[in-house]
Design a protein around this ligand. Sequence first.
Ligand code: PMP
Length: 758
Amino acid sequence: MSGTEVEQAELAHSLLEKHWGLSASMRRLPGENHNYLAEMASGDSVVLKILTETHADPELEEAIISGLADAGLPVPRILPTTSGQNNIPAGELQGVARVQEYLPGTPWKSLESTPSRLRAIGAFMARMHAGLEGRDFAAAARTHDWDLARAHMHRDKAEFLNDPDQRRAIEYCFHLFSALALPHLADCPSGLLHGDINDENLLLDGDQIVGLLDFGDCLNGAFVQDLGLALAYALEQEDVTLETAASLVEGYDECRPLELKEQELLLPLALARLATYVTINAQRMAADPTSGMRNLHLDTAWEAINMCLAVAPAQARGILCNGCRVHASPPADPGNVASARNRHLAPSLSLSYEEPLHIISGRAQYLHAADGRPYVDLVNNVCHVGHCHPRVVDAIATQAAKLNTNTRYLHEHVSEYATRLCETMPSGLDTCFFVNSGSEANELALRLARSATGSMDVLVLDGAYHGHTANCIAMSPYKFNGPGGSGPADWVHVLPMPDAYRGPYRGEDAGDAYAIEVADQIGKACASERAIAGFFAEPILSCGGQVPLPGGYLSKAFEHVRNAGGLCIADEVQVGFGRLGDAFWGFELHDVVPDIVVLGKPIGNGHPMGAVITTRAVADAFDNGMEFFSTFGGNPVSCACGLAVLDVIRDEALQERARTLGGRFLDGLGELKERHRIVGDVRGQGLFLGIELVKDPETLEPAAHEATRLVNHMQQQGVLLSTDGPLHNVIKIKPPMVIEEGDIDMTLRLLDDALGQL
Ligand code: PMP
């Protein structure tokens, strides 16, 4: 809209005169909307509204106004033009012009928000929702920039804020929204919403609501969105605390009891609204410093945000919903949980993070702590298809309720599962064993290799971890060369880690050079009359520090091993099941076919399972008369679970998702490397990535302390990462494969800030 305020007021007045036959003095009303109070000589007033929003829908507004008037709610009547039209084109003012009855009353913002007033506003909102119930306005099935259900689309605007503390606070608000509100909005009671119950759109006389204005943002959604929005405005009012704001919620609840899931959403919705306001304003100001919003209430928005973030979400919900009729049960005392653990669990177990987390539930890519804080989980590659995926949970529960036995009976699940797993493998790998963990699977792989070759020894990569059983520890340099370890057993030969970033061989030919080391090591073993049964390798080293194998390495290493009579064993426990994006199995990236493949972690999405897949010849060699039996391995419940995991990976196209989202993540990490000297290397594939931190890019001196600090800092911001690698300076990223773009982008922005501060 062009012209000065005075010119615009004149244009507004000429519209009023020409089409409504009214002469009045025009005063622009405060707020984002383009409204004029037209005061006539008679003392009567009307409001001229210019509907300028791109999503303005005058007919929808009219229908809603008449619906609410029928329900007895105080809404302004529309006054038609002298020719009987409700709306006319606004000419030079652009948009649509309409005249409405002027409702007397004092805007909420000019009144003290006492508990009784807030209670009245809450009750009024519940009446408004009830008044519109059952009315179907097809045009209300829409969205717009201020649609609270889509607040997360503003989260990347956090970068327009200059203050890092403010950026972090806003990221956290949107994170709360994405983790706590977004997944549940569709399950909440829903209907037609006002969409903008703010402190200018409610008029009061004392504690009575005498006017409800501005239906320009009406849309369908969860009722709790309106309440969350009003809560945001309540929290901005002077002297309103969470305790006082509880009156608004209580008033609503008196007329329509809030379900527990709605109660959980209130704080994230209110914060999302405040964050939306702050970020949209920051974006406008960045584009043009004179273009901030009319009626700036930034200071009060920040005060409200800071007040809410000062307490944990569960506590805030407890305060806000204290007066609700349905109550959540209080969480277990984390102090008791920790002391019982310390008393009765073995001391060699560890807890992650400086401030250990008490996690009580999980969903998709999120873990939820007892204090209500949600975390984006970027480390648990076990919950491959997302924490508590409903199809997996259902498969387990349904089968557990029906039958759970063992592989000594015929059962369709175990037959089907073995078939389905073998279908994912190259031909020849057609025989399965089922066990209960990755360690058990590697242990069995060792036995298979030994019985098939008649040899005893194994080759392993430096830094590798293959499991916690006695033999697996003996095959894990990560453990036997670490604290409490006692070095390699005589049957274990350690190959240099084929690390093209930090190891002795780098650059193009690193794969060949490291493969020659394999031949050398085999030569040394043979010289001391030791024969190789097998070579255990992960297609990307995990505990070794997210180290990809250099090109050509694995195929040449396999050749050397096979020439020496050994078998090749791919440990796919960490990287399998599509995580690497370009292939379902990691070994496929290297154009090799192993003799034995070891599966674990993601295979059951958290249900304890492991499997070994090999050739019929290797399985036959193992079949020497001694029965193989694992009590739980391959039971009907585990197989039902494993089948559901395979189904979800296929149906949700998770391998492709790992490829595209992993690419986005790695590109973003690459940009961080350009900007931050401490980032020595970023690497990996699909959703299996690593960031190696170094103090000096020339000497590669590891920045282990900084890596730990970064991980703990990110935890505080709601992002779970962890460190690994022999030098403890690699941050590993291996999230559930259902992670979303918004989580990745937020993580990159937070990392950018945090790396800048290191
Ligand atoms: N192999 C690899 C590569 C692993 O990372 C692990 C576990 N971290 C194992 C085997 C052992 O699996 P589990 O803990 O299920 O016994």
